[in-house]
Structures are given as structure tokens and as C-alpha cells.
Design a binder for this molecule. Structure first.
Ligand SMILES: [Mg+2]
Length: 351
């Protein structure tokens, strides 16, 4: 019995232009939706390739059959929960050993296997992996734009208990002042590597004054000493995102930053994500659970980990004009509701 994998690339326009400090398409998100078949069982996964991390839809398409071949001989998931957890862990070990990098391609298979195994046992994925379905609320992210435009979007997003504001442009302070004028809750700032070294020292006192809650990835990923220097003088937690791709990156960041941002598309899926979160906590980090601009498939997958995180930023599907999948609902309290449906509980959205 071989794992059959088929992939389809989807271009998903954003509701509002979504610009960040690093170069990415600000009009549409491109994702790869992956169907898995193992005998009579099926599952759906998603790979959201980010060029910064070395992935494109083409690399995902090229790597998926290679990864699937490394699962040959794994067989079907056992009929019991403990056996199925061991089966998933074995699959993740094989995916991890098959090739370095390619976190999104690995995530697509990992997510699909969790969906498939949950359906086989008749339980939702959070029960499959043993996490709580009671989740912290998600924040809402706003991209870089003119300060007045960012403020208008912040006003529209007032129901969210926290906002994540993308910075790293020429008008960061002006933007944050404009947001603060219309929004009273915590503001999380993400520079996506976009600040020059001296900029952090200059901006931190202003960010404290404006009630910013945390600063994500101010400097380029490998500027570890710059991150350490800023954290040493910052009363706000510095959170590593681009510097914290997989579990292997955590040790280097101990004593450097207070927090790490874990994303299933960086580290390779639900299994690696849960392992990275738990290791990060053991090492004393506060954990931010983040996402890319994925459909409801990957957001539902990441949400199964949200109860383990200190801060949750799972809003990728909310940024899309047309989400090709449905099945996970955001409550009025901005907490994702994990239902009782087997697997991820997602399905193609009716046209
Ligand atoms: Mg980030």
C-alpha cells in the first residue's frame, strides 16, 4: 500500500493588500492543497511555500513524491490511539530525515496524515495529538501601508483582542501612533527583519510608550548578536520568527530573545510544531503560534496547537478574499472553535 499524493496550486487574492518588510506578493497568497490517499483512507493537507525559506509551488510539487516515497512500507495507521501516535511520529521522523528544509512540503504531508488518521479513528486531530480544544484568542494582522490606511484597517478590526502590525517601512512610528489613536488593545509589532541595527534602540522607548506588547524579528535572521543587544535593553519581549525556523534553531536563541514564533509551515507540520513548542517551553521561551496566509486547512491544523501557545496569531485565512476551504469557525470572542468532526473537520467551500 503506497501513499498517493496529488497537489493543486491555488492563487488566493487578499481582501486588503498585505505588504510586509520582506519582498512577497502583496495582492495574493499562493498555496498548494494536497490530497493524500492510503488504501481506502484519505486526508487533505496544505503547503504554503515562502520563497524566503527556499520554497515555491514548483519545489513543493517536485519534493512531494520524493517525501511520499520515504513513507513506503509504513502501512496503514493502527486501529488504536497509541499505535496511531507512534505511526505519525514514525512518518515525521522519515520526512525529517529524507531531506533538509522544505518545511511547507513536509507540513502538507504531515497535516494530511493527521487528517487521515483522525478520520480513521473517528476523532478530531486535537484529540489525536492530545491537545486542549480551549484556545486563546487570535490576534489580527495588518500589513504595511500609509499610516491612515493602517489605522482605518485597525478600526475595522477593533473586535480582535490584539493587533499585529507589520512594520519595517519608513513610517513605523507614525503608523503605530495612528493605530493607537483608534485601537486600545495590545499591539504586537513585526518588522520581518526590516530594521537597521540602531533603529531598535531608538524605537523601543516609543513602543513602550505606545503600549506595544512584543517586537517580532527586528533584524535579519542571522544577526543573533543584534537581537541579543536589543533584548538586553528592551523591557518588551523580542520574539524570533525568521531566526527560529525549526526545533534545531532553539538552542542558539537561549539567552538571546524572550520568545519564539512557531509556524507549522516553517518546521514541517503538526507533529514537528508540537515538538518545537514543547521544547521551546522547556528552554524558557514564551511561544507565539503564527501562520502564513494559508487557507482554512492549515489554519485548522495549526489551531490544534494553539492551546499550547502564549500568544496566537492564526488569521491567515481571514486575510483572504476567497478561502477555498471551510470548517473551522472563529467565535465572537476571536477564539477558533475546534469541532468534534473526525480529522481536521475541513471541506471545500461550496461555490
Ligand atoms: Mg513574523
Amino acid at each position: 500500500m503506497r501513499l498517493e499524493v496529488s497537489a493543486q496550486t491555488h492563487v488566493m487574492p487578499f481582501r486588503d493588500p498585505f505588504r510586509i518588510a520582506r519582498a512577497e506578493d502583496d495582492r495574493a497568497a499562493t498555496t498548494v492543497i494536497v490530497q493524500l490517499r492510503l488504501g481506502a483512507l484519505s486526508g487533505v493537507g496544505e503547503a504554503y511555500p515562502v520563497t524566503y525559506y527556499g520554497e515555491t509551488p514548483e519545489t513543493v510539487a517536485a519534493v512531494l513524491p520524493f517525501l511520499a516515497a520515504h513513507l513506503d512500507g509504513l502501512g496503514a495507521p493502527p486501529a488504536d490511539l497509541a499505535g496511531t501516535r507512534t505511526w505519525l511520529a514514525e512518518a515525521d521522523a522519515r520526512l525529517g530525515a529524507a531531506i533538509g528544509g522544505h518545511g511547507a512540503a513536509k507540513a502538507a504531508i504531515d497535516i494530511g496524515l493527521h487528517d487521515l488518521a483522525g478520520k480513521a479513528l473517528g476523532i478530531p486531530v486535537h484529540a489525536l495529538i492530545g491537545t486542549s480544544p480551549d484556545l486563546p484568542p487570535t490576534d489580527f494582522t495588518i500589513g504595511i501601508d500609509e499610516p491612515a490606511i493602517v489605522a482605518e484597517r485597525a478600526r475595522r478590526a477593533a473586535r480582535f483582542p490584539a493587533l499585529k502590525i507589520k512594520v519595517g517601512g519608513p513610517a513605523d512610528l507614525e503608523t503605530l501612533e495612528a493605530v493607537r489613536a483608534v485601537y486600545a488593545g495590545p499591539i504586537r509589532v513585526d518588522a520581518n527583519t526590516g530594521w537597521a541595527p540602531g533603529e531598535g534602540e531608538r524605537l523601543v522607548p516609543e513602543l513602550v510608550r505606545l503600549g506595544v506588547e512584543l517586537i517580532e524579528q527586528p533584524f535579519p535572521a542571522h544577526r543573533i548578536e543584534d537581537l541579543r543587544r536589543l533584548q538586553a535593553i528592551s523591557p518588551l519581549p523580542i520574539v524570533a520568527d525568521e531566526s527560529a525556523v525549526t526545533i534545531e534553531d532553539l538552542d542558539l536563541l537561549v539567552g538571546v530573545v524572550a520568545g519564539v514564533n512557531v509556524k507549522i509551515m516553517k518546521c514541517g507540520g503538526i507533529g514537528p510544531g508540537l515538538a518545537m513548542i514543547r521544547r521551546a517551553k522547556v528552554l524558557g521561551f514564551r511561544v507565539f503560534l503564527g501562520c502564513m496566509e494559508e487557507s482554512s486547512i492549515a489554519i485548522a491544523a495549526a489551531a490544534t496547537l494553539a492551546a499550547e501557545a502564549d500568544w496566537v496569531d492564526l488569521d491567515g485565512n481571514l486575510l483572504l478574499a476567497h478561502d477555498p476551504y471551510a470548517g473551522i469557525e472563529l467565535g465572537d470572542d476571536c477564539r477558533w472553535r475546534l469541532g468534534d468532526a473526525p480529522g481536521l473537520g475541513v471541506h471545500p467551500r461550496p461555490a
